[in-house]
Design a protein around this ligand. Structure first.
Ligand code: NAD
Length: 248
């Protein structure tokens, strides 16, 4: 029996987690639409089932247009994975500028509103869908100096829960993943300015994970695959911690 090919939209596609999620979805035989500011990192994936768009996801009309194109072409959008995001360099609140606060809220929160609003009409039409947002364990287990980032990830989780109840009657499931410190280029960006990044990774981040290592992008890709799959058909409004116990 042929396996049904799902159509999955992934933002932050060129990032550490985004790329791992794409690899995993392609392996499962699904079609992936990848969105990122830069898609250079995806140039080594030569597969017809991957279509990439170089786009700033804050451009609402562009995102809506892409989703319309995808639905017109394939007749379905089964999943949305919000894997984009930006970090905050650890900074005391007195030194955080309004521009920095706004930038974090725009990229980490407003983008979720834009992408979700763009796919929901199609998911409602099909009466089926799974939306996953990669937030952060820091929303519930904070570190000093990351207040704006943490607030943006708390908003992401609340947004997910609000939508889960709103969209349940349309059979659209909405869930959050909270990664712990993960082995991508973003991790070093959480270090304070002037700090030794490699040393901070070991002395602060690895040390804080009870299971004793950084989260790998593949760990997140596995959790995403589960939440997108029919095995999770009764899972909505939840937050899956993929953090090696960091949140304990
Ligand atoms: N790396 C970690 O330690 C860690 C821990 C917890 C949570 N997270 C979260 O996981 C998610 C993925 O992070 P990552 O580690 O893969 O980071 P990453 O920096 O490797 O990837 C993020 C991607 O998002 C893209 N992006 C940023 N702004 C965009 C925009 N406006 N439009 C389109 N694309 C945009 C970037 O170009 C980049 O490719 C993020 O939401 C991050 O906050 C990361």
């Amino acid at each position: 029996m042929a396996v049904e090919q799902k159509v999955i939209v992934v933002t932050g596609a060129g990032g550490g987690m985004g790329k791992a999620i794409i690899h995993e979805q392609l392996k499962l035989g699904n079609r992936v639409i990848g969105l990122d500011l830069s898609i250079d990192a995806l140039s080594d994936i030569a597969q017809d089932a991957l279509q990439c768009f170089e786009v700033n996801v804050l451009q609402e009309e562009r995102v809506q247009d892409i989703c319309q194109q995808v639905f017109d072409k394939y007749g379905r959008i089964d999943g949305l994975v919000n894997a984009l995001g930006i970090a905050q360099s650890a900074t005391p609140i007195e030194e955080v500028t309004m521009d920095e606060w706004n930038r974090l809220m725009d990229v980490n929160v407003k983008s979720l509103f834009i992408t979700t609003k763009a796919v929901v009409p199609f998911m409602k039409k099909q009466q089926r869908g799974s939306i996953i947002t990669i937030a952060s364990i820091s929303a519930v287990r904070p570190r000093p100096g990351l207040q704006a980032y943490i607030a943006s990830k708390g908003a992401a989780e609340s947004f997910t829960r609000g939508l889960a109840i709103e969209l349940a009657s349309s059979q659209i499931r909405v869930n959050t993943i909270h990664p712990g410190p993960a082995d991508t280029q973003m991790l070093g960006q959480f270090a304070a300015q002037g700090a030794d990044v490699e040393q901070t990774k070991q002395s602060v981040f690895v040390q804080s994970v009870p299971l004793g290592r950084l989260v790998k992008p593949a760990d997140i890709a596995g959790a995403v695959s589960y939440l997108l799959s029919d095995a999770a058909s009764m899972v909505t409004g939840t937050t899956l911690h993929v953090d090696g116990g960091r949140g304990l």
